[in-house]
Design a binder for this molecule. Sequence first.
Ligand code: MRU
Length: 387
Amino acid sequence: MKYVDTSAETAYNKHIADAILRIGVVEQLLWGQAMDALKLDTVLLSEDRSCLEILDQTLLPGTVKVLRIEKIEDIFEAIRFLRVRGAPAIGVCAAYGIALTASRIETQDYETFLTAFREQKNYLASSRPTAVNLFWALNRMERTLLSHADQTVDKIKELLFAEAQAIRDEDVAISRSIGEIGFGLFKPGDGILTHCNAGTLATAKYGTATAPMYVALEHGMTDFRVYCDETRPLLQGARLTAFELHGAGIDTTLICDNMASTVMKSGLVNLVFVGCDRVAANGDTANKIGTSGVAVLAKHYGIPFYVCAPSSTIDMSLATGAQIPIEERAASEVTEMWYKERMAPEGVKVYNPAFDVTDHSLITGIITEKGLCRAPYEKAFRELGIE
Ligand code: MRU
């Protein structure tokens, strides 16, 4: 396993506070009003193409705030500090972000434009290491540029905006398709467990692990219940998934991460859907820390464990999950965040990997937008044209 240490910026809260001062607020709603998360846009390009509009997920569920972000440093910061997070949403943000920042490169010379674009691309690519969608989206944007070398720089800038919009629009369709396939795997009365937030907030719409639930609602099926792991240390399950699903009127129960075994053992859960940040060719899957533990439990209790994966999250260049870089984040996320006062002794060592890898042998199936894959996964991916 390769670890990438992003914990150097330990003053997490201070950093966020400083950034908020630098970024304008265009909308503020207080939690408590009727909230339909499916109507919230995770990240958009403003109509006049002057900035990105990012729903600040660090403030949810208490505050719904949309940030207007213009500078590349702030786009980088928004990704690194999880204002926008979740593998597909990070990809969409990076695509819009580089379209925006590339549009400001002042040159009419193609080679000069390409060099400046690549500098921006490398910078944004260094914001987070694990979700492959970030690199996938930036590479796709670069291919757009390279395949139009015969065009003027102004025309290429237009094409980059169009490509970013296509990535966003495709993401909605991909999630909807994963939802339809996942919906076919459950029946009225089922109890579903999910970990972290692979919800609409993690994508352009629908989410991946939550898409089957939203599609169920669209089909008029409401007779199912969902258990959300709270997902320490950043509480994506409590703050984001519970916010979304409860707001959508789904029967939602929040549990601490260490309660998953109990709800499984007592028969309350008969299906697990999770998202992913990167899937290796053999099906090993990196997702939010704690996912592999849920998979081990599901295997123990004989509960089907499904990974919901847009094909853009499948990295066929990596043979196994051992090659997936795992982000390690600040100690303060474990010792201080969410608490009124520090909840660990000063100086104690903290280990805070943000993701883990679930072995493919624990996975019942991987749901892509192109179809449901079963082991052996590499063969199944290739049969669906995922290369
Ligand atoms: O650190 P995060 O909040 O970006 O981690 C998100 C997850 O692990 C999600 O499960 C994954 O990105 C899939 S989102 C559809």
